[in-house]
Design a protein around this ligand. Structure first.
Ligand SMILES: CC1=C[C@H](O/C=C(C)\C=C\C2=C(C)CCCC2(C)C)OC1=O
Ligand SMILES: CC(/C=C/C=O)=C\C=C/O
Ligand SMILES: [Fe+2]
Length: 559
């Protein structure tokens, strides 16, 4: 194994622009030296483990061969094994001076352990990317999260924990039985916190995945792994929603109960590690709770979705991935939306809704009559037309295929209308014509000040077809039913993240940040104007980074 140390040198002094990093990695195909002043780095040795060679570039000084394999050299779906990097990026355009703070993005970024190749996007080891904005300048960095799963895979050169789709191979019947027992105790489940990153009201920054043990505290400045986030309450379930609702005053999440099918709704306060139970929802159908990757809230209610794509004990026990991984589609079990009062924990509505498939809720709000009484709850999500095939489309072999076939399943802004008048059924409609965003729709954000309130704008990844993955950034106007779209041929953008301008009055007064993997194998941070959706700045990385999932904003605190 090669081991090297480098020093990243900022062109002039800048807070946290200097760092000494020990990097250990395995040189495989691509090895390139960044010598250009463009990134204000000198002699930064970068090791990329890619299934294809990184591209030749005018601005890098690469010792790389080009392959005539294809036009697309995107590294969105290739591993990065360099453990750390930090440097200042040269900015094209202008970053608003008010944008002061750090955007953190988490996601799977390492899918190769020696000869072992992960097969699904969600399996990769967590990789954090950091964009620190200050005085119109941008310092970027990235680093793997040092979970037990990641560290043991590095040490043992094999996976040692159950990941999203992979199960460690067992050499004997005895170790197989031991591993299976570990599934029930949680010991063999991964803590690979590769899905999102949140900033709690008390300032702690936590990387998350769907296993509760995969809650890992990191330092937003250095990206150091600080340690496990230990919950101090007595809940002994193993999984939670990957997307808690986090504000300055609370952390709300759902704990699916696989033993007694239902969901426990909990709340945790800043400066506490103790989740307190608000209430419980019993499942209305099916043998197990529906997958709750995310859920929405309104000002007074917590909405618990019960999707017919349910956790499956049978699939959990299988060593090889099934087409629906740990889940099973139970159309006969129907779909439901439950509304729980946040203050009392009482269920105020449980309605049957049309079948649906979603990873991500966008937002929800209460509709009132003239007397101010709440008549219904509106809940919006990125909805995949009740088609579960999106899960399998996120297999790496599909994502790495650059054909011109249009294989991305359609998606829309699914809008649930949940009556609170005791009616047994709710509705599910498209909030706007899905052609407005190319019938692709996922990875959404809103202005966080509109959380739980009537809102007008949502930002997401959409599609310019043909494509195999969402390839545009889209700004959706839910009042006019129109969308503005950003697209660059061959580019894979990650979740557009909205940051409001301090003091803004208008909902869309702010910027949208995304990280783009371009078709040349390079990548850049992109800043769009939240109102016009026009590019206002971009800054190239010295090398392309893999695709990432979800981010958060850590504002600079002025002392
Ligand atoms: C989406 C998305 C899924 C992903 O989840 C990662 C893990 C480790 C999930 C594990 C499991 C389930 C989803 C179901 C129940 C079993 C268990 C293995 C814990 O990260 C994502 O972004
Ligand atoms: C990448 C993705 C879901 C991620 C879950 O966290 C969906 C992409 C396609 O619609
Ligand atoms: Fe997600």
């Amino acid at each position: 194994m090669a081991s090297l140390t480098f020093r990243t040198i900022a062109s002039n002094s800048f807070p946290s622009g200097l760092a000494d990093f020990g990097v250990s990695g395995v040189h495989t195909k691509g090895s390139l030296t960044v010598a250009s002043k463009k990134w204000c780095n000198r002699g930064v040795k970068v090791t990329n483990v890619a299934t294809r060679s990184p591209p030749p570039s005018t601005s890098l000084a690469p010792d790389i061969e080009s392959t005539d394999e294809d036009e697309h050299k995107s590294v969105a779906w290739t591993s990065i094994r360099q453990e750390r990097w930090e440097g200042e990026l040269a900015v094209d355009g202008e970053i608003p001076l008010w944008l002061s703070g750090t955007y953190l993005r988490n996601g799977p970024g390492l899918w190769d352990i020696e000869d072992y190749k992960f097969r699904h996007l969600f399996d990769g080891y967590a990789t954090l990317v950091r964009l620190h904005f200050e005085d119109g300048r941008l310092i970027a960095g990235h680093r793997h999260v040092e979970s037990e799963a990641y560290k043991s895979a590095q040490t043992n050169k094999k996976i040692c924990y159950r990941e999203f789709s992979e199960v460690p191979k067992q050499e004997s019947f005895l170790s197989y039985v031991g591993e299976l027992a570990g599934l029930f105790s949680g010991a063999s489940l991964t803590d690979n916190a590769n899905t999102g990153v949140i900033k709690l009201g008390d300032g702690r920054v936590v990387c998350l995945t769907e296993t509760i043990k995969g809650s890992i505290v990191v330092d937003p400045d250095t990206l150091d792994t600080i340690g496990k986030f230990e919950y101090t309450d007595s809940w002994n379930g193993l999984i939670h929603s990957a997307h808690p609702i986090v504000t300055d005053t609370e952390f709300l999440t759902l704990l699916p109960d696989l033993i007694r099918p239902g969901y426990v709704v909990v709340r945790m306060e800043p400066d506490s590690n103790e989740r307190k139970v608000i209430g419980r929802v019993e499942c209305s159908g099916g043998p197990a709770p529906g997958w709750v990757h995310s859920f929405p809230v309104t000002e007074h209610y917590i909405i618990v979705p019960e999707m017919p794509l349910r956790y499956s004990a049978g699939n959990l026990l299988k060593a090889e991935p099934t087409p629906l991984y740990k889940f099973h589609w139970y159309p006969d079990s129907k779909a439901f939306m439950h509304v729980m009062c946040k203050a009392s924990g009482k269920i105020v509505a449980s309605v049957e809704v049309p079948l649906f498939v979603t990873f991500h809720f966008i937002n929800a709000y209460e509709e009132k009559d003239e007397d101010g009484r709440v008549t219904s709850v509106i809940a919006d999500c990125c909805e995949h037309n009740a088609d579960t095939s999106i899960l399998d489309k996120l297999k790496l072999e599909n994502l790495r295929t650059h054909s011109t076939e249009d294989v991305l399943p359609d998606a829309r802004v699914g809008r649930f209308i949940i009556p609170l008048d005791g009616s047994p059924k709710g509705e599910l409609v498209a909030a706007l014509d899905p052609n407005q965003h190319g019938k692709g729709m996922d990875m959404c954000s809103i202005n966080p000040l509109y959380l739980g309130r009537k809102y007008r704008y949502a930002y997401a990844c959409g599609a310019q077809r043909p494509c195999n993955f969402p390839n545009t950034l889209t700004k959706i106007d839910l009042f006019t039913g129109t969308a503005k779209n950003w697209h660059e041929e061959g580019a894979v953008p990650s979740e557009p993240f909205f940051v409001a301008r301090p003091g803004a009055i208008e909902e869309d007064d702010g910027v949208v940040i995304s990280i783009i993997s371009d078709k040349n194998g390079e990548g850049y941070a992109l800043v769009l104007d939240g109102t016009t959706f026009q590019e206002i700045a971009r800054a190239s990385f010295p090398y392309g980074l893999p695709y990432g999932l979800h981010g958060c904003w850590v504002p600079k605190i002025n002392v």
